[in-house]
Design a protein around this ligand. Sequence first.
Ligand code: ZN
Length: 498
Amino acid sequence: MDYYDELLQRLKDIDLIGQLGSLLGWDQEVMMPPRAAALRAEHLAWVSKEGHTRKTDPRMGELLDELEGREDLDEIQMANIRLARESYDKATRLPTEFVSEMAKHNSRALISWTEARKENDFSIFRNDLAKSIEFARKKADYLGYENLRYDALLDIYESGLTVSRLDPLFEGLRDKVAPLIKSVAERGRRPNVSWVTENSWEQEGQERLSQMVSESIGFDFDAGRRDASTHPFCGGPNPDDVRWTTRYSEHDPFGSLYGSMHETGHGTYEQGRPRELDFQPAGKANGLGIHESQSRLWENQIGRSLEFCHWSLPLWKEAFPEKMQDIDAEMLWRAVNVVEPSLIRVEADEATYNIHIMIRYEIEKLLISGDLEVDELPEKWDDMYEEYLGVRPTDNSSGVLQDIHWSMGAIGYFPTYTLGNLYSAQLLSAAREDLPEHDLQISRGDFSPLLDWMRRKVHGRGSILEPAKLIEEATGEAPSPEAFVDYLRDKVKRLYSV
Ligand code: ZN
């Protein structure tokens, strides 16, 4: 067998093992009876060990060494070899003992973080966090980097991402979005949303709305499912089987709908992957930032537009005839676009969200470089919230302890959320050039021109290019905050006249 064919065969086995893990994970979140938890942990640990053994098989290294010197390779073959090399290096550079120690530490840290958040007491988490930062530094040293340790951590979640690429993006947000938020807080008139908060919204109506909207966008329910889970996510093994979840609250009908649109965005991306590259790394969805661009596109850029509110109003009225009786599209649009600085990231609106991320990014850089000590962290956090958002946490639970990420050792992850927002605006602005009727199409519920554009330019390109290159190919420009800043400025002006 040819070296390349052997590599593909091995990559397919690794992919199949990952697909089984994703099915087990979905079942764990959605279906599994509680008593099966310990057994499921065994299943998942076995699957992950099996995958790791194959990823680090020395034969993989031999095949890659043979193939990397060849000059007769096409774009897809080169991508598969590049991606297999990245995954092989990441898997083999971390000593097995280090990985298992880190995993043990992470499960301890998750427990102390949960406790600390519940008790509103940072000191409970302090020592474990300090150790997590130590682990992150060591991990970066094993993986290797050119300039900054933190670069090695960023690269785990988005290939090729570095501080020198991210700094200008966040700078654009700091200089332009933060002042915009301040002026809304000072001068903007808050819309009346009492019709939302003073009503109770039945789950059945919310479910119908979620289903109708997801189908209309183009999610294929013959190749996927919608379910409910505490932490919404999109998973599933393959484009023929994509599963997303949402959650319902009687007090807030927007959470389930916009959560559903978010996951539908992830789901349509998965369903649009190039099928001729099934089981190959080049056929996979691209980095986390690009994935998040697809969810944010439908959730925010489309879902919170006035045109979408015009189209969806009759669906709202069908799902909640009495409550929506006196509501028009503009009232709906204003209610789903309230801009208000707040303390909690996951509840933040479209405009303030990236400032929450920027704060975490700046803090992570300082923690990894050693310029900020763990004991100084809670105060630094509160100061930054006050400086950039004008709000100051009164306790650690609504401050530095709010996110699960650091307790899981996921340092370097947060920036991908903001990349998603920036990419989504940049992609939509490029799509508009090709789709002059875009606004009209959205107001009619004709989503297929936009979905087709994304299929061609993003979904169908899999992971053939590095994320930043894919954005450049699709939009004609390197990643930049400009489109997002323009979009927000225009929207805030229309909503708040500032
Ligand atoms: Zn997402």
